[in-house]
Design a protein around this ligand. Structure first.
Ligand SMILES: [Zn+2]
Length: 420
């Protein structure tokens, strides 16, 4: 009977694309499009999204962290919920698909199930997680963190955006009390599983022509502040042989990062130096110190540690060689998250049944599922992003790929609904 239901029910990819366009327009301002978290554009997007549920007779609720939750009741509402969620907030001048796709696809599942008369056994919660990007106040995955019961220390009430508005005030304008955010934590037992459909940020699917990615894990990240200390001196009178140039040592180290990764990492391990400050930063002074950021990402914490020690060993050699000293200072760490085996299998099986090739792959980028996986069985479905572009107005996924991703999502929901 369920197979028949599966084939009869068709997700409407064209409607999903239309909704994504409408949401994009909510962010229109000064020639660009953004829905920064808790901005007026974010409010418009949330209202548009909520109005689609209201048209279906479902009144969405906003939880204590500002997450929007729209519930399609199941045959037995005492059962744990199947969750479909992602985010509607964007980076400044972001794209149409990052985050929004996962939310709209959840709405599309409800809009497909309701008229078909098919009831799920479990309630289905479509969730818009608040402030995933962290683009406004500096730390992301706030809503999904609160929802998952994670510590909320990173989300300072006094953090300010570029215009001087504090987080606590921005939240208050949406009826969210900063001190109450922890109340959004959901009991583990109330969630059967969580599913997130997202564009792949990175381009492997696009390049390989595979329409579906079954995410195995979300890479963790370790951030380190590296300081190289040399000796400030006159750039004219200090002979090359007598210099202890902090920037030369730092530059040698930075240039060696790719080869260290090639030697010690796997195909998905990455490390990046993204910022650098030179002191005194003057044209005629040999740099006395340079301070740069270093981040290492991998799907296994042990791999991150291995790469970190190899990098530190290299810096030690270079520093010694150039008569400089160095310091590796821990800044922050987000542990990798593994997707749930049962949910992964259900997604892979759904792709097979639908006749779509799939690839198992880790996610290098963070998603709400990173937080959710700490508390709930999670799975993520990736679809290709043309040329791997994201966080840009050029972000684009084809309607054909969106259709496929949505089909896999619905089939996965139906499979997991039978199992739990
Ligand atoms: Zn996203």
């Amino acid at each position: 009977m369920n197979m028949k239901m599966n084939t009869n029910m068709k997700m409407n990819g064209a409607r999903v694309v239309e909704r994504l366009e409408e949401l994009y327009l909510c962010g229109k301002r000064d020639g660009s499009h953004s829905r920064l978290a808790f901005s007026e554009e974010d409010r418009k997007g949330r209202e548009l999204f909520a109005s689609c549920f209201r048209a279906l007779g479902i009144e969405p609720l906003t939880d204590a962290a500002g997450n929007v939750v729209a519930r399609l009741p199941g045959e037995d509402d005492s059962l744990p919920a199947i969750l479909i969620g992602s985010h509607l907030d964007t980076v400044p001048d972001g794209g149409k698909y990052d985050g929004a796709l996962g939310c709209v696809a959840g709405l599309e599942v409800v809009e497909t199930l309701l008229p078909s008369g098919k009831r799920l056994r479990h309630p289905l919660d479509v969730v818009v997680f608040a402030d995933e990007e962290g683009a406004r106040f500096g730390s992301g995955m706030m809503g999904s963190g609160a929802f998952s019961g994670a510590p909320l220390g990173d989300f300072s009430p006094t953090a300010e955006d570029k215009t001087g508005v504090s987080r606590v005030d921005a939240l208050a304008a949406f009826g969210v009390k900063h001190e109450d955010m922890g109340k959004a934590a959901r009991e583990k037992a109330t969630v059967l599983c969580s599913l997130e459909l997202h564009i792949e940020q990175g381009g492997s699917l696009f390049r390989s022509g595979i329409p579906i990615g079954v995410v195995t894990a979300i890479a963790g990240v370790k951030r380190i502040e590296v300081t190289v200390k040399g000796e400030m001196n006159h750039a004219g009178s200090t002979l090359m042989a007598n210099r202890r140039d902090a920037l030369v040592a730092g530059a040698r180290f930075i240039a060696s990062v790719p080869e260290i990764l090639a030697a010690h990492g796997n195909a998905y391990s990455v490390a990046t130096v993204g910022t650098i400050a030179v002191r005194p930063n003057a044209v005629n002074v040999i740099p006395g110190s340079c301070v740069f950021s270093l981040e290492i990402r991998d799907r296994e914490g042990s791999m991150i540690e291995k790469i970190e020690s190899a990098l530190e060993r290299r810096l030690e050699e270079i520093a010694e060689d150039g008569g400089t000293a160095y310091d590796f200072k821990f800044v922050s760490e987000t542990r990798p998250a593994h997707m749930d085996d049962k949910v992964k299998d259900a997604i892979a099986r759904a792709s097979e049944e639908a006749g779509y090739p799939y690839a198992l792959m880790p996610s290098g980028a963070f998603h709400d599922s990173l937080m959710l996986a700490r508390s709930f069985p999670c799975g993520m479905i990736f679809i290709p992003s043309v040329n791997g572009v994201s966080h840009s107005p050029k972000e684009f996924s084809t309607e054909e790929d969106i259709q496929k991703g949505c089909d896999v999502l619905l089939r996965t929901v139906l499979t997991l609904d039978k199992s739990g």
